[in-house]
Design a protein around this ligand. Structure first.
Ligand code: THU
Length: 145
């Protein structure tokens, strides 16, 4: 990915993090999901008093995109942590990795950033090796088009 586009993704995820609703954990996360058509879909974590209904930033972004009819993606950037100054490398949780697996290819890029100068890049296949996905259910299932 070009440096300019990478910078935009990191800045977009960081800006989105400001909208995180995380009153229980205090761990605020923002995501910027780059679609194949160049559009960027954002997401933040949205926690819940009953805890279990909470959703991560990555799945919020995927749900926003899919609900707009977009199913093809090339990268996601995640910015998260407790403080603005010394943020974590916020790697996607297992649920989010599997959700990305539904729509993204093995080479899909996952960028976990502290800021525009400090980040790590992985492929989906690195974070979810030997995974189970839509191809495993290739047979005509009832209700499948
Ligand atoms: N969280 C995310 O949104 N994405 C991640 O990659 C890791 C964890 C959220 C879930 C919860 O609201 C908070 O961070 C602490 O786990």
């Amino acid at each position: 990915m070009e440096q300019k586009q990478l910078r935009t993704l990191i800045e977009t995820a960081a800006a989105q993090r400001q909208l995180s609703y995380a009153p229980y954990s205090g761990y605020r996360v923002g995501a910027a999901l780059l679609a194949a058509d160049g559009r960027i879909f954002t997401g933040c974590n949205v926690e819940n008093a009953a805890y279990a209904p909470s959703i991560c930033a990555e799945r919020t972004a995927i749900a926003k995109a899919v609900s707009e009819g977009v199913h093809s993606f090339s990268a996601i950037c995640v910015v998260g942590g407790f403080t603005d100054e010394s943020d974590d490398y916020s790697t996607p949780c297992g649920f989010c990795r599997q959700t990305l697996r539904e729509f993204c290819s093995p080479g899909f890029q996952i960028i976990v950033a502290k800021n525009t100068a400090d980040y790590k890049t992985f492929t989906l296949d690195q974070l979810l090796p030997e995974s189970f996905g839509p191809e495993n259910l290739r047979m005509k299932a009832p209700g499948k088009k």
